[in-house]
Design a protein around this ligand. Sequence first.
Ligand code: PEP
Length: 251
Amino acid sequence: MRKKIIAGNWKMNMLPNEAISFINEFTPLVNNTQNEVVLCVPYTDLFYTLLNVQGTNIKVGAQNMHWESTGAYTGEISGEMLKCINVDYVIIGHSERRQYFAETDETVNKKLKKALSVGLKPIVCVGETLQEKEDGKAIDIITAQIKKALDGLNEEEVKNTIIAYEPIWAIGTGKTATAEDANESIITIRKEIEKNYGKNVAECVIILYGGSVKSTNAKELFTTSDIDGGLVGGASLKPEEFAKIVNFDKE
Ligand code: PEP
């Protein structure tokens, strides 16, 4: 059975003192969960977060990385740099990076290969815009993104890749895909993986939903057949609210 992962994406929020207060309040609220709990924090919070989650069940992730190991890439951070300070996860290809920072399917693929090669757990984001949804192109867009992101990976690497289906129209808007629609899209992603890598691989891949997840809709989303948890933005900034999402299966 696939493990549920609940990952918070803090985006460009939280000063170190705020991160530490969050962790102090959040840790006791989630210490009984069987779900994997991940905080994807800004680079400047990584060190403080890693220190403060020591001895807890909380894992730490970054929100981006470069595909090269070292070099003249001012302002960038490599996968090796993240791995060597004990970061476990990294988000790759978030729609905000695709929209504002020229991330493409090609750079997503390069970053994914590097993340896997250094032992980071990549969370690769895919999803359609509102226009693409309205034009009936959502499935084509998502399957093309998946195909390009996974290009050149072997079966083991695909198994180790976490995918987050995040319809762009649902991110930070308060609009959530219905549990049924989100599950259907994720089934389509799993079928696309099955087509190229076989059923065994497809059944192992963890696929998350993201887009205005809250404590009030988490259970409905995460108890469908194929949604294996969530990537949570806004609601992951509030310890109590995020803990309720992590504990969706406890009520
Ligand atoms: C996200 O940042 O990946 C996200 C899904 O944001 P929100 O939960 O705020 O929609």
